[in-house]
Design a protein around this ligand. Structure first.
Ligand SMILES: Cc1ncc(COP(=O)(O)O)c(C=O)c1O
Length: 393
């Protein structure tokens, strides 16, 4: 007995890459550029706070986290996005997550109805996309609708090109800004139009902002700022994580914030099956959200690596300096063939853009000609990896 809805899932991008490169020996000592797993140091106080709170492992974590965690998050959101004081209420607008992936996966369950506008509900998402979105859509009973995100529109879906019938049956719309994999940042104007659309057609915006703190020039606009302009957070949920901001992907800590009615429903659902961060994790997370020094150091390291990338790649392979995140999205031709070649000749593991997309009938695949490089290792290894890539291509 199988749930046929999940037949469309397939292997995730990393499993596909392992299958592609498994039979090939690396041409040089391997350098890993395919995985967005930050290797910068985790702030030292994290281990201290975890240790000091270790006795709390004897308690079940509360659904709402702790008041201290929620206050630290509310203060951070207010500071980071210049929100009106008191707009984010720790008890109404925030829930802790064990990393954003599980929250992004679970969220459609609170929004997807049996039918919308007389049809199967749609989960709109960019193509390419973070693989959890598609799995979540299918698990919740929605049809994933992949909207091409190409250079012509700053690598975001063209909002004017979405068919009316898909807007009408949309239950959720996933968007990631800064975008993974392209690193572009949605403008305030784009977010305003998206928010207006979500309210006109009554769908929920699931805004993945986990790269919001990795930028080398201006701080990316957040969707809560746009909500604040309208005086309401209706239909908006934003997802934030310590995985990228604080180099702590193994801590499994993030949060969701936004529309209090949605948060209330999400809270109820999570009481049945949510993955709740343990109390020591919440204590360490509160300390991380209160500290900006390590985030600034982080940004300085990424800035240094993007400077190096700019020097090595110049204007080749469609290189541009991303507005946010830590990926390069290079236009190289056949992405699978290039990934194999880079591994076999240069020992560099990169992710074929094709694996971050779905083929859509009648449309050119928007990732098939690209590779994604994550600049997450230390400066020396990243520079060596980029040099090898440039030589091999
Ligand atoms: C776009 C995007 N969203 C969400 C996540 C999940 O991050 P986490 O669950 O570690 O918070 C990732 C991780 O790579 C990601 O790239």
């Amino acid at each position: 007995m199988f749930n046929a809805r999940l037949d469309g899932l397939g292997d995730n991008p990393f499993e596909r890459l392992s299958a592609l490169l498994g039979p090939i020996s690396p041409g040089k000592p391997p350098i890993v550029l395919h995985l967005g797993e930050p290797q910068h140091p985790i702030p030292g106080f994290v281990a201290e706070v975890l240790h000091a709170n270790r006795a709390l492992l004897g308690k079940y974590p509360p659904l709402d986290g702790t008041p201290d965690f929620r206050q630290a998050v509310a203060d951070w959101l207010t500071r980071r996005y210049g929100l009106p004081a008191g707009m984010i209420e720790p008890g109404r607008h925030i829930l802790p997550l064990s990393g954003t992936r599980e929250g992004l996966f679970m969220a459609p369950l609170i929004a997807v109805p049996e039918k919308k506008a007389g049809a199967r509900p749609a989960a709109l998402m960019p193509n390419p996309f973070y693989h959890a979105y598609a799995g979540a859509a299918l698990a919740a009973g929605a049809e994933p609708v992949y909207l091409p995100a190409t250079r012509a529109h700053n690598f975001f879906p063209d909002l004017d090109a979405i068919p009316e019938r898909d807007l009408a049956r949309a239950a959720v719309f996933y968007l990631c800004s800064p975008a993974n994999p392209q690193g572009t940042v949605a403008s305030a104007d784009y977010l305003r139009r998206l928010l207006a659309l979500s309210r006109r057609h009554d769908f929920v915006l699931l805004m993945d902002e986990c790269y919001a703190e990795i930028y080398t020039r201006e701080a990316p606009t957040g969707t809560l700022q746009i909500g604040a302009e309208t005086g309401s957070l209706k239909n908006v949920l934003v997802f934030h994580s310590l995985s990228k901001r604080s180099n702590a992907p193994g801590l499994r800590s993030g949060f969701v914030a936004g529309d209090p009615d949605l948060i209330k429903r999400f809270r109820t659902l999570r009481s049945y099956g949510g993955s709740l961060p343990p109390l020591p994790t919440l204590a360490a997370s509160a300390a991380l959200w209160r500290d900006e020094a390590h985030v600034e150091e982080n940004r300085a390291l990424y800035r240094q690596k993007f400077d190096i990338a700019e020097r090595i790649l110049g204007n080749r392979f469609g290189f541009y300096r991303p507005g946010g995140g830590f990926f390069l999205w290079l236009d190289v031709g056949d992405s699978e063939a290039v990934a194999k070649h880079l591994w076999a000749s240069a020992g560099v593991r990169v992710l074929p853009g094709h694996y971050l997309t779905r083929d859509v009938a009648g449309e050119a695949n928007p990732g098939a000609a690209y590779i994604r490089l994550a600049l997450v290792d230390d400066v020396t290894k990243t520079e060596e990896g980029l040099r090898r890539v440039a030589e091999a291509l």
